[in-house]
Design a protein around this ligand. Structure first.
Ligand code: ADP
Length: 456
């Protein structure tokens, strides 16, 4: 097993990984930017090295500095967390070339599956259904218009390197196409340094259902069932749960089989997630694969009792998966609310500042993954997600009641957060019934705006 791991990330996920390492008797190296000197991950790690200024491109995306930090501290492996360099094949390759282990799948697999339009082709070839769409990237608006006509409106323009819902545009009719095509390209270039886009049929009001996958380097592939991530705003997840209420056993099993099929086809050797959209008739379509640990992984950990980060580390060190498919059992329900420093009353504008009072919920079945503490200042440089509240209950209603109680206890004074908005959702009749899809939050916000409860 590794003696020392460098964590190439910040925030709650860096803290989460450090915790797993400590329990495995592995020493940890944190990296940080000048804006993160006071960060919790810096305090919790055994060693910490500053890798650059607050801007992520200078620090958390600075490959050379991160690799130098690993070299001078004698780390044997690098855990990339999520975001930043986690799905960058060049980084994964450099880590290997430096004689270190990248805790994730092989660089070739990241390259193949991290690029969305290429992943579509690999998935199709493996015989897994994908949303009808273009065969590859579309360079010109003329070419794209032709494909859109073939697919039929509405269509969705998507950035090949996209993430976090950015670089996506729904086009309802031909007249709007050219403008939205250029907008999507501009947004993609600005956010991902790559303006390639492709087209998909826009599926009306689907559910977002994803499967957790784990593979090792010995040809073992196991899925850990699904998460329902349909509670989204602007294509960004807000609440995730497992299992997905109402999904038939037949569809669940069929989807699970597809996941294993794709894992085999790509020789997938670490943690990954296959994302699908599912329509009312339970037709499912692959949309993308995330070749890394996801924000919402705790939901799966709670229902399966399997520590995904520890498993990632063991598998990267060459071990076989410590469990088989038969060992994976779903116990009860789990739910996660992403608490963001933002103002739901005013278009979810980011909120920054110093945390004054902080009261964290606890009790049976409540887990809090966060990096905030009293007097910690929330930086404008990074993601607004500051805390994940995860609960585990026997039934879905039990879990909802536990989440409501936990949200009531949670007090974060100093910045505005979306926790009250979560509380409203947890009381919404459609949410409680499990009768929701990806259009749920948008519709709810429209209702609230009509009643003057929020500024649209
Ligand atoms: P990102 O990587 O930016 O998160 P995804 O491809 O995962 O982008 O899509 C994000 C969300 O957008 C999905 O969860 C779903 O709600 C919606 N979406 C994606 N593709 C489609 C589609 N073809 N039709 C309808 N909704 C879609």
């Amino acid at each position: 097993m590794f003696k020392k791991i460098l964590i190439a990330n910040r925030g709650e996920i860096a803290v989460r990984i450090i915790r797993a390492c400590k329990e495995m008797d592995i020493a940890t190296v944190a990296i940080y930017s000048t804006g993160d000197k006071e960060a919790l991950h810096v305090q919790l790690a055994d060693e910490a090295i500053c890798v650059g200024s607050a801007r992520a491109t200078e620090s958390y995306l600075n490959m050379e500095n991160i690799l130098s930090a690993a070299a001078v501290t004698g780390a044997q492996a690098i855990h990339p967390g999520y975001g930043f360099l986690s799905e960058n094949p060049k980084f994964a390759r450099l880590v290997k070339e430096c004689g270190l282990v990248f805790i994730g799948p092989d660089a070739d697999v990241i390259e193949e599956m991290g690029n969305k339009s290429r992943a579509r082709q690999v998935t199709l070839a493996a015989g897994v259904p994908v949303v009808p769409g273009s065969e590859g990237n579309l360079a010109t608006v003329e070419e794209a218009l032709k494909v859109a006509d073939d697919i039929g409106y509405p269509v969705l323009i998507k950035a090949t390197s996209g993430g976090g819902g950015k670089g996506m545009r729904v086009v309802e009719n031909k007249e709007d196409f050219a403008d939205l095509f250029h907008m999507a390209k501009t947004e993609a270039r600005a956010n991902f340094g790559d303006d390639s886009v492709y087209l998909e049929k826009y599926v009306a009001n689907p559910k977002h259902i994803e499967f957790q996958l784990m593979g090792d380097s010995h040809g073992n592939y196991v899925h850990l069932f699904e998460r329902d991530c349909s509670v989204q705003r602007n294509h960004q997840k807000m609440i995730e749960e497992a299992p997905c209420r109402g999904l038939s056993e037949k569809t669940r099993n069929a989807m699970a089989e597809e996941v294993i099929k794709l894992a085999r086809a790509t020789k997938y050797n670490n943690a990954g997630t296959l994302e699908f959209i599912v329509d009312k008739d339970e037709n499912y379509y692959f949309i993308e694969m995330n070749t890394r640990i996801q924000v919402e992984h705790p939901v799966t950990e709670m229902v399966t009792g399997i520590d995904l980060i520890k498993e990632q580390i063991k598998v990267a060190a060459g071990a076989k998966l410590s469990f088989t498919q038969e060992d994976v059992k779903v116990n009860g329900y789990a739910m996660e609310c992403r608490v963001n420093a933002e103002d739901p009353m005013n278009q979810f504008r980011p909120s920054t500042g110093k945390i004054n009072q902080l009261i964290l919920p606890g009790g049976f079945g409540v887990r809090v993954d966060t990096m905030i503490y009293p007097n910690y200042s929330i930086s404008p440089f990074y993601d607004s997600m500051i805390l994940k509240l995860i609960v585990h209950g026997k039934t879905r209603l039990d879990t909802i009641k536990k989440m409501r109680r936990a949200l009531e206890e949670l007090i974060i004074d100093g910045v505005t957060t979306n926790n009250e908005f979560h509380y409203y959702i947890l009381h919404h009749v459609d949410f409680v019934k499990g009768d929701f899809d990806t259009s749920f939050v948008g519709k709810f916000l429209e209702e609230l705006a009509e009643e003057g409860e929020v500024n649209a």
